[in-house]
Design a protein around this ligand. Structure first.
Ligand code: KMH
Ligand code: ZN
Length: 270
């Protein structure tokens, strides 16, 4: 089994400072928490950015500032969001891709998202994949439901995605696939040979899905984007959530990957 890649989903678009005082909002705060997460065992920082009022943004300039601040502190793989927030235009969402980060998310289907709709129609998915290819960015397929895997594979067949394939299964979001072992195995079974995967359990599903990711040979995403709590009633910090997965994995004799080891597992250029 490969070493475990832990992704820290530090910010997201939906969580607010009213929900938790631990949410990083400014580029400096995000970078500080990325470095802490890296120290705790994470090798990928999945980032969103926020404007001065704390609202979700896809501003190229804010991403640039945040990425530079992270790179000053640590060598993590930086994965920008192209999901942004529900309701943003594709052009808005694609802004950070033009900075040519190492990775970006690519959601391969439309899904109900809480009370909204996370729109990813076929033409826009291809526009996103094409933009990533133009800018030399490795996509991570965001899979919120089973049908999204076949769409991802269609992009590969069309030549819009090449190289190593990596998937993130986002499980337990209202409107998406449920978070349990049976559904995880259903997803893993559909992957093309050689592909790697991460699992991100939403809310209270985060820890049990992380345990399954570790034991089944996948990788794990945790962080405040997906879950606010360390345990019922106790708010978590990003680094606490990462450190817990590292400890769990150590008990299961699965050491965590450094950023450079993660680059090798994902066949990213160094
Ligand atoms: N905020 C969601 C609408 C991603 O980062 O690509 C989309 C999302 C997925 O967070
Ligand atoms: Zn995200």
């Amino acid at each position: 089994m490969d070493k475990l890649i832990i992704t820290a989903a530090l910010v997201g678009a939906e969580v607010t400072r009213e929900d938790t005082p631990h949410l990083p909002v400014t580029p400096e705060e995000i970078a500080e928490q990325a470095a802490e997460a890296c120290e705790a065992g994470a090798s990928i920082a999945h980032i969103h950015v926020r404007d001065k009022e704390g609202r979700p943004s896809q501003s190229r300039e804010l991403y640039r500032e945040t990425i530079e601040a992270i790179q000053k502190r640590c060598g993590m793989i930086i994965q920008v969001s192209t999901g942004g927030a529900v309701g943003m235009t594709p052009e808005d969402r694609l802004q950070p891709v033009t900075l040519s980060p190492e990775m970006a998310t690519l959601t391969t289907g439309t899904v109900n998202f809480g009370n909204g709709v996370f729109h990813n129609p076929p033409g826009e998915i291809r526009q996103f994949a094409d933009s990533m290819q133009q800018h030399g960015v490795r996509p991570e397929f965001e899979i919120f439901d089973t049908g999204m895997i076949s769409t991802a594979i269609a992009l590969v067949k069309e030549g819009l995605v090449t190289g190593h394939l990596h998937f993130d299964f986002v499980m337990g979001m209202p409107g998406g696939i449920p978070a349990d072992a049976k559904h995880l195995l259903l997803l893993v079974d559909q992957l093309p040979a050689g592909a790697t995967w991460t699992v991100a359990g939403i809310g209270r599903n985060q820890l049990p899905m992380a345990a399954l990711g570790v034991t089944l040979g996948g990788h794990v995403r945790v962080g405040l984007e997906d879950n606010l709590y360390y345990r019922k009633g106790e708010l978590a910090t990003n680094s606490q959530l990462v450190a817990r997965v590292k400890r769990l994995a150590a008990e299961l004799e699965r050491p965590v990957a450094t950023p450079d080891e993660a680059r090798r597992i994902l066949a990213l250029p160094n």
